[in-house]
Design a protein around this ligand. Structure first.
Ligand SMILES: Cc1ncc(COP(=O)(O)O)c(C=O)c1O
Length: 277
C-alpha cells in the first residue's frame, strides 16, 4: 500500500497538505533521498541518510533530527505500508514561511515522505540493456547536493525519451559527468572506470556499492574522467542508481556498445549486486 507522510501526519496520497508558502513548493529550497527496501530490509539506509544530512548542511539547513530519528521515521513508514519491496522517498525543505528569498527565521523544516512498492526486474530483462543519448550538462556547479532543483535533469531526460532512449549521459567541458539520475561506468581495457567524486556529480550510493563489489570480484576499479568518444569505444557501459540498480547501456547515440547486450563485467557486477541486496 502507498504510504504518505507530511509533517507529523500520515495522510492520503491526494490530500492537500502542502501550504502554498512551503519553500520546497515555492523555490525548490530543500533536499531529498530515495532509499530501497528489499525483502523488508533497508539497503544502505545509513549511507543515504548521511548523504541527506550532508546535502542539508550544504544548503545551510538544520534538519533538527538525528540520523537515527530519520531512519526510524522512514522505517515506520515502511512498516505502515506493509510492503516488502519498496522505495522510500523523503524530502525535507526549509519550511513554511511568507515568500521571500532570505532564509526565514524560527521556521521548522518541512518533512514529507512516500513509500511505494517497487518491482524487482528479472535479470534476463535487465541484461538486454537500455539505450542512451549524450546531452550537455546544463546544471549548476553543486551537483553533489541532492537538491530538489531537478529542472535540467528533467529536461535532458525528456530529450532522451523523445529520442526513444532511456537515459541522457551528461557532458560538461567535454567530459562525462553522470546520467540525469544515475552514475555512469565504462569498461575500458578490462578496467571499470567512473568519474572521480567532485562537486560536479552526486556521490551515488549504488556507485559506492559497485566500488566495493569490484574489489570483491577482483575487477580493477579506476576513477578517472572520460569523454564521449571513450564511451562510444568502451567495451561495456552501465549506469547505476537506487531505482535502476546496475543497468547496462547497450546503444548510445545510435552506436552499439560492445556486442549490443550486457558485457561480462556488467553481468558479474549486476548479479553480485542483486546477491548483496
Ligand atoms: C544526478 C544523480 N546522479 C546519481 C544518482 C545515483 O545515486 P544513488 O545510487 O545514490 O541512487 C542519482 C540518483 O537519483 C542522481 O539523481
Amino acid at each position: 500500500m502507498v504510504i504518505v507522510y507530511a509533517n507529523g501526519q500520515w495522510v492520503n496520497e491526494n490530500d492537500a497538505v502542502i501550504p502554498v508558502d512551503e519553500r520546497g513548493h515555492q523555490f525548490g529550497d530543500g533536499v531529498y533521498e530515495v532509499t530501497r527496501i528489499y525483502e523488508g530490509k533497508p539497503f544502505m539506509m545509513r549511507e543515504h541518510v548521511e548523504r541527506l544530512v550532508k546535502s542539508a548542511e550544504a544548503i545551510r539547513m538544520d534538519l533538527g533530527m538525528t540520523v537515527e530519528e530519520i531512519e526510524s521515521l522512514m522505517m515506520e513508514a515502511v512498516e505502515r505500508s506493509g510492503e516488502k519491496n519498496c522505495d522510500v522517498y523523503i524530502q525535507i525543505t526549509r519550511g513554511i514561511a511568507k515568500r521571500g528569498h532570505l532564509f526565514p527565521k524560527d521556521v521548522k523544516p518541512s518533512i514529507t515522505m512516500t513509500v511505494r512498492p517497487m518491482e524487482v526486474i528479472a535479470m534476463e530483462e535487465r541484461l538486454a540493456g537500455k539505450t542512451a543519448i549524450f546531452h550537455e550538462d546544463e546544471r549548476w556547479k553543486n551537483c553533489y547536493i541532492k537538491s530538489l532543483n531537478l529542472l535540467p535533469n528533467i529536461l535532458a531526460k525528456q530529450v532522451a525519451n523523445d529520442a526513444g532512449a532511456y537515459e541522457a549521459i551528461l557532458i560538461r567541458d567535454g567530459y562525462v559527468t553522470e546520467g540525469t539520475s544515475s552514475n555512469i561506468f565504462i569498461v575500458q581495457n578490462g578496467e571499470l572506470v567512473t568519474r572521480p567524486l567532485s562537486n560536479y556529480i552526486l556521490a551515488g550510493i549504488t556507485r559506492m556499492r559497485v566500488e566495493q563489489l569490484a574489489e570483491q570480484l577482483n575487477i580493477p576499479f579506476v576513477e578517472r574522467e572520460f569523454t564521449k568518444e571513450d564511451v562510444l569505444e568502451a567495451e561495456e557501459v552501465f549506469m547505476t542508481s537506487t531505482t535502476n540498480e546496475v543497468l547496462p547501456l547497450v546503444e548510445i547515440d545510435g552506436t552499439t556498445i560492445g556486442s549490443g547486450v550486457a558485457g561480462p563485467v556488467t553481468e558479474r557486477v549486476a548479479k553480485q549486486f542483486l546477491q548483496t541486496v
